[in-house]
Design a protein around this ligand. Structure first.
Ligand SMILES: Cc1cc2nc3c(=O)[nH]c(=O)nc-3n(C[C@H](O)[C@H](O)[C@H](O)COP(=O)(O)O)c2cc1C
Length: 174
């Protein structure tokens, strides 16, 4: 893959994985991407749980509406104790979901660059995930990323992946 544009064009949500484990070196690169991601005021509210063991995955599984059998399941949370707050916006407003979504996106693209597949999952109720993972009050679940080598027959979802709104509809150059 030569450029970011090519990587971005080639990426699709992988929902069928090869059981081959993701090696420690690749996992470390994913975690470095999570560390390098920009966050508001550099507050770095991200907290990742990398679920690798069956025991850890089985704790989370009942709380999620979607489940894919991948070697890694990463739960991305926001630490509301350290997140950037903007009280002028609303007393309880903070940038946590944005920050953690950027972190997850960077991990997703780093995974793609390493030849790994991934899919976001936000199909859950935060309360269910907090309970399943016994998260403290300050950790808010934001999303999950299922990560692993794509199965040989993994394909982009025929309806979800290919339909893109035209650029002149999603963006205006003023
Ligand atoms: C915030 C967010 C939440 C998502 N939640 C789910 C989900 O719960 N289940 C799922 O199968 N895919 C989920 N996806 C994947 C999207 O369905 C997918 O990215 C979209 O349909 C475009 O397809 P593509 O990633 O193959 O290009 C989610 C993606 C994002 C960005």
């Amino acid at each position: 893959m030569n450029s970011f544009a090519e990587l971005s064009d080639a990426r699709f949500s992988v929902r069928k994985f090869d059981p081959k484990p993701v090696g420690r070196e690749k996992l470390d690169l994913l975690l470095r991407a999570a560390q390098a991601a920009p966050t508001a005021c550099n507050c770095q509210p991200q907290k990742l749980f990398v679920l690798q063991s069956d025991e850890a995955k089985n704790r989370l599984r009942p709380a999620l509406r979607f489940w894919f059998n991948s070697p890694l399941v990463i739960l991305f949370c926001c630490d509301t104790d350290v997140v950037c707050k903007i009280p002028q916006e609303r007393p309880d407003y903070h940038t946590g979901e944005m920050d953690v979504s950027i972190v997850c996106t960077e991990v997703m693209m780093q995974a793609a660059d390493l030849g790994l597949g991934s899919v976001w999952v936000r199909g859950f109720l935060c309360g269910d995930v907090k309970k399943a993972m016994d998260l403290p009050e300050n950790l808010q679940p934001v999303c999950c990323l299922f990560v692993g080598y794509p199965a040989p027959d993994a394909k982009p979802h025929p309806k979800l992946h290919f339909s893109r709104r035209p650029i002149d509809e999603i963006a205006e150059i003023l």
